[in-house]
Design a protein around this ligand. Structure first.
Ligand code: NAD
Length: 471
């Protein structure tokens, strides 16, 4: 299929429609209809049935927008989302329960609780690379926490946006959950409205635009951003396993994964051996000519195709390097002898190009990571040495990590998923998602049966006692 021929545009949404939907969501939220456990479960069930009903359409749209194989579509998009609903439904009652905490002496007599309250009206903005997962996973958390939500998907995935629009409009009233079709214009209009929370997934560049717009109305933000995630392969690593897991993590969705290993830092002594194994593994998985593989995706559009091919230095290619603009195909590519000054190291690659840098001491690993502008979203380390594992976990700043694996930390809903510094703020998945869309109300319940007058004037010589309990 010529992918360029299938490209279409998203439908525009009128400004008045957007303003009206946000207003109605505020009224609906204030009606408290979203708050009860029963209504949250009912909405989650509705979303689940919708996803099941639309699964084939979503798969087709993912194929059209990203050339996504059906297995990957289920593993990373629809199946992932369905599983998130299952987990959320199972745990929701417990998550919603107020948490009893101790009451300090000064606050006695009383009992203290943390009560989870929905934030209100949320704006959820998603990127192009996992349009189903990154729209619905935050939505599940928003519903679970008792909120309303306006969804804005990427203009780069028109097929997915259109199916999401149909699915949401058919299953939810817009005052509860609405999807806005459109481009940057529509997002800009949305950002001028009053929201109680903005959940944004995308690039650090646009993240900064979102945060500036949110700051004008003091709207809290959760930012799920990107960056250059290092993958360190130490000299004692199990190279067969490393090659398998690196190839899987890097070339999934043709490298368009926020937590894909961006570049490899490989110990000099095992560099040649690892390169040989990577090459072998790529052929094993995608065949001699991956353009014919049914399991390999395509680049989202012409602009990204040109950007990514422009990062490949033909002199440094050891595997792949081929591309086909009509198909928006770029072969799984590995380059070596890469330096920090090479173009490929100047930005997040977000495509199927894996540069390899070598090191001789762990000090160089730190130096390399520190010289790159962003704290990474993810960090991967292949070594059997527990001392090195712990040292690097302690001393490198990153959002999340895998030891002897890539990418799969995000598949564990018990772990918070998010970045640090310029790779993001806030986290979600499972309980962390519920907390992300909830406000933790601090509640002290004091008794009226008796009173301790310690903190009231006249103070007299009460300070002596105060000094005993406050030190
Ligand atoms: P992007 O930042 O270009 O777009 C994200 C969203 O912002 C889209 O919905 C888009 O319509 C909107 N947008 C674009 N320009 C805008 C503007 N000027 N004003 C307002 N809204 C605007 O990101 P992308 O190219 O779709 O996705 C790739 C990036 O997202 C990478 O940096 C990747 O690392 C990151 N990402 C992060 C995660 C995560 O979970 N941390 C997941 C996926 C992708």
């Amino acid at each position: 299929m010529n992918k360029k021929m299938t490209a279409s545009r998203v439908v525009a949404t009128h400004e008045d429609t957007i303003i009206d939907i946000v207003k109605k969501q505020h009224t609906y939220f204030k009606s408290s209809k979203t708050r009860s456990y029963q209504s949250r479960i009912e909405s989650l069930n509705r979303l689940k049935s919708a996803l099941v009903k639309y699964q084939d359409k979503l798969n087709q749209a993912l194929k059209q927008d990203l050339g996504k194989p059906e297995f990957e579509a289920y593993l990373t998009e629809t199946g992932f989302t369905l599983h998130e609903i299952t987990v959320t439904k199972k745990k929701l009652k417990r998550w919603m329960r107020p948490k009893r905490v101790p009451t300090s002496l000064l606050a006695q007599p009383g009992r203290s609780q943390i009560c989870y309250s929905p934030l209100g009206v949320n704006l959820i903005i998603s990127p192009y690379n996992y349009p189903i997962n990154l729209t619905f996973s935050p939505l599940i958390a928003a519903i679970a926490a008792g909120n309303t939500a306006v969804l804005k998907t990427s203009e780069m995935t028109p097929a997915c946006s259109s199916v999401i629009h149909e699915l949401i409009s058919e299953h939810f009233p817009p005052e509860h959950i609405a999807h806005i079709e459109g481009e940057v214009r529509e997002t800009t209009i949305l950002l001028q409205q009053k929201f109680d929370h903005i959940f944004f997934t995308g690039s650090p560049r646009v993240g900064s635009i979102i945060m500036s717009a949110a700051a004008k109305q003091l709207t809290p933000v959760t930012l799920e951003l990107g960056g250059k995630s290092p993958c360190i392969v130490h000299e004692d690593a199990n190279l067969d396993i490393a090659a398998k897991r690196i190839v899987n993590g890097k070339f999934l969705n043709a490298g368009q994964t926020c937590v894909a290993p961006d570049y490899l830092l490989v110990h000099k002594n095992i560099k040649e051996a690892l390169l040989a194994k990577l090459k072998e593994r790529i052929v094993e998985v995608y065949g001699e000519n991956p353009i014919h593989s049914p399991d390999y995706g395509r680049i989202i559009n012409q602009a990204h195709f040109e950007r990514i091919t422009g990062l490949i230095d033909p002199e440094k290619v050891v595997v792949g390097g081929q591309s086909n603009p009509d198909e928006l195909y770029i072969a799984p590519t590995v380059t070596h002898d890469v330096n920090l000054t090479d173009k490929v190291m100047s930005e997040e690659i977000f495509g199927p190009v894996l540069p390899v840098l070598e090191y001789t001491s762990l000090h160089e690993v730190h130096e390399t990571i520190d010289q790159l502008p962003h704290w990474p979203l993810a960090c991967y380390l292949y070594t059997e040495d527990a001392g090195i594992q712990n040292e690097l976990i302690d001393t490198i700043q990153f959002g999340g990590a895998c030891i002897n694996n890539c990418v799969f930390h995000l598949a564990n809903h018990h772990l918070p998923f998010g970045g640090v510094g310029q790779s993001g703020m806030g986290s979600y998945h499972g309980l962390h998602g519920f907390e992300c869309f909830s406000h933790k109300k601090a509640v002290l319940r004091s008794t009226t049966l008796f009173d301790i007058p310690l903190a009231y004037p006249p103070y007299g010589n009460k300070i002596k006692f105060l000094k005993k309990i406050m030190r």
